[in-house]
Design a protein around this ligand. Structure first.
Ligand code: GDP
Length: 685
């Protein structure tokens, strides 16, 4: 691939509800550009974009792919992102490095949950947009209806710049409302029978533009002829100001309207140069500065993705924001404060790479085998060290406990997990100190499932995923005293240890305390550490169901010793027996972790979400309306919301979101305690 100048580059991210056709459209774009000779199919897993086996298996995109499309004099880096909410972390990276957004909408389903979600994200990102109405070949495809829906639900600024020529099986091409030509696929005059409709759409387009363009408005009101060039100029400005969102149309599968869509991307969406200066943080002074998107300026490149290929190793994806990055050079990693040696740079097309000598400002490419660099880092020159803004990753919402299937898997897991996380920064792993389980957390069940598939395929580690154990605790509810005398006479040396312990309940969250109030040396000082040891070891397993004991103060207040037979061991044993006795007498109770859960749902789902939460023993703390949504805050036992990601999705059809964090421990209701105790006893057997 030749090197393109910065002005000739377009970085566009495709966003949509899952299944609207992004992958198919990217494939059709590659075909239009002559990079491939026939269309791959999502169903057969043969597209350039969805090349990972996990994607082919589920027929959804899981990670973003970069597809450079050589279109006329431009290079369009198409960033195909997943539409499924579990993989939104990838979209964040894609949106970050794009200069413009193309939202894909299905001509039958129109605005779906994912469309709204992606629209909102694109809105927040502040990037100019175009919309592609896809699947015009489908039965019940309805261009007019979808355009109205887009205007009502997304923005008044949505205006068609094309309309379809025919629909369903009769879809022949598209009408360009600006150039006033039809393409089916070769350029033809607009057929008479669609002239009327096309005129009315063109009228609306000009009206829409005039709202934001005084000059155009004057001409329009005076009834003057407005040229295509004037429309294009005005459109380009208002798209970049984000007042107007032009709509193009076609079918990815039938390869209709794709060249026109590429034209629209190149004509209306900005080049990296149009974006203007880039904000950076000077890593020495911490001051905000700006750098020019010029290829001759000082280097600033952002690492937005890390891939792991079983053969090639680590692949680092980067976008250059300023300056030029060269193959076989040295750069400075500003985040790590270390030099990084670059080997061969490549442009990427799905999974294939093409060597390139340099990447100019604005371009996207990759390099393999970097040592210190990870996702979110900035590469620059050491003499002008700066940090580009990275991107925020969504919080994890679903965890499983992973159990290696064999001994060999245990060994491999500890090296494979960090590499898996390197590749997907929206995954998290941690060892739960209470349950000892290794937890793998992601944005949803599907996300975690895919991660586990990858563990096996890429790293050869087989694990079983289980629902994480709930870290219950035990405590006493009344104060009690307990005495134990450990006395044994076996042959020569005997054993003697005698202690009296007081157990007092402490407020929730205090933890466990050991104190000593022995008078007159009844228990000699040198045995007290042994008593403490017996108690702290003993508290690891409570008497109810074997969970750790918390919120108790244990005081050693009396006892006795034998001049010959007493030993540290005897006192340790006595202490642990006395503790057990005390715990049993102290009316033990089970404590469970309570989570603070914040759920955000559209108003219409509030009732359903609350009644579901009621069945989960939740306590509502508050509800706050927030532009059309409700923010519901509850305290809820962690045991009840282990699968909340799945439950909330099914209640709200994917329109809700939540964040959860540990809050505190509370007593488990008696009837539930009994079940847990029985279950624990059964497990032991
Ligand atoms: P993505 O999830 O947005 O990447 O969507 P895909 O490209 O994977 O497409 C989802 C499904 O829609 C696949 O079965 C495609 O074959 C089908 N599809 C995509 N584009 C079109 C189209 O223009 N017309 C029709 N009829 N089907 C399409």
């Amino acid at each position: 691939m030749p090197t393109y100048s910065t002005e000739a580059i377009r970085n566009v991210v495709l966003l949509s509800h899952s299944g609207a056709g992004k992958t198919t459209i990217s494939e059709a774009m590659l075909l239009a550009a002559g990079s491939i000779s026939r269309l791959g199919k999502v169903e057969s897993g043969t597209t350039v974009s969805d090349y990972e086996p996990e994607e082919a298996k589920r027929q959804i995109s899981i990670s973003l792919s970069i597809l450079p499309v050589k279109w006329k004099d431009w290079k369009v880096n198409v960033i195909d992102c997943p539409g499924y909410a579990d993989f939104i972390g990838e979209c964040e990276a894609g949106i970050r490095v794009a200069d413009g957004v193309a939202i894909v909408v299905c001509a039958v389903s129109g605005v779906e949950v994912g469309t709204e979600l992606m629209w909102r994200r694109s809105e927040e990102s502040g990037k100019p947009r175009v919309i592609f109405i896809n699947k015009m070949d489908r039965e019940n495809a309805d261009f007019g209806r979808i355009v109205n829906e887009l205007q009502e639900k997304l923005s008044k600024g949505v205006v068609p710049v094309q309309m379809p020529l025919g629909t369903h099986t009769n879809l022949k091409g598209v009408v360009d409302l600006i150039a006033w030509k039809a393409y089916s696929p070769e350029e033809v005059e607009i057929p008479d029978d669609v002239q009327e409709e096309a005129k009315s759409f063109r009228e609306k387009l000009i009206e829409g533009l005039a709202e934001f363009d005084d000059e155009l408005m004057m001409k329009y009101l005076d009834g003057e002829e407005i040229s295509s060039e004037e429309i294009i100029d005005s459109l380009r400005r208002s798209v970049r100001n984000r007042d107007v969102v032009p709509v193009v149309v076609g079918s990815g599968l039938q390869n209709v309207g794709i060249p026109q869509c590429l034209d629209a991307i190149c004509d209306y969406l900005p080049s990296p140069l149009d974006i203007g200066d880039i904000q950076v943080t000077n890593s020495q002074s911490g001051e905000q500065e700006s750098v020019s998107p010029d290829s001759n300026a000082s280097l600033a490149a952002l690492v937005f993705k890390t891939g792991v290929d079983p053969y090639v190793g680590k692949i680092t994806y980067l976008r250059v924001y300023s300056g030029t990055i060269n193959s076989n050079s040295q750069v400075w990693n500003a985040n790590k404060g270390q030099t990084e040696r670059l080997g061969q740079l490549s442009t990427i097309c799905g999974k294939t790479q093409e060597p390139i000598s340099e990447l100019v400002s604005g371009d996207i490419g990759c390099v393999s085998k970097l040592t210190v660099t990870s996702t979110g880092d900035t590469l620059c020159n050491q003499s002008q060290s700066m940090l580009l803004r990275a991107f925020e990753l969504p919080k994890v919402a679903y965890s499983v406990a992973v159990y290696p299937k064999s001994k060999a898997d245990v060994d491999k897991l500890s090296t494979a997990l960090p590499r898996l996380l390197e590749e997907d920064s929206s995954l998290e792993m941690r060892r739960d100190v209470d349950t000892g389980e290794m937890l793998l957390a992601g944005l949803g069940d599907c996300h975690v499932e895919v991660a586990i598939d990858r563990l096996q395929r890429k790293f050869g580690v087989e694990v079983e995923a289980r629902s994480p154990k709930v870290p219950y605790k035990e405590t006493v509810s009344v104060e009690t005293n307990a005495e134990y005398k450990h006395k044994k006479q076996t042959g020569g040396h005997g054993q003697y240890g005698h202690v009296l312990l007081r157990l007092e309940p402490l407020p929730r969250g205090t933890g466990f305390e050991f104190a000593e109030k022995v008078v007159g040396g009844a228990v000699p000082k040198n045995y007290i550490p042994a008593v403490e040891k017996g108690v702290t070891e003993g508290k690891q397993e409570g008497v109810l169901a074997g969970y750790p004991v918390v919120d108790v103060r244990v005081t050693l207040y009396d006892g006795s010793a034998h001049p010959v037979d007493s030993s540290e061991m005897s006192f340790k044993i006595a202490a642990s027996h006395a503790l057990n006795k005390g715990l049993t007498q102290g009316q033990p109770i089970l404590l469970e972790p309570i989570a603070k859960l914040q759920v955000v749902v559209p108003d219409s789902f509030t009732g359903d979400v609350i009644s579901d939460l009621n069945t989960k023993r939740a306590r509502v703390l508050g509800m706050n309306p927030e532009n059309g949504s409700q923010v519901i805050e509850v305290h809820v036992p962690q045991a009840e919301v282990m699968r909340y990601a799945i439950d909330l999705r099914s209640i709200t059809q994917g329109r809700g979101s939540f964040v959860m964090e540990f809050s505190h421990y509370e007593e488990v209701p008696a009837h539930i305690t009994q079940k847990i105790v029985e279950q624990k006893a059964a497990e032991k057997e």
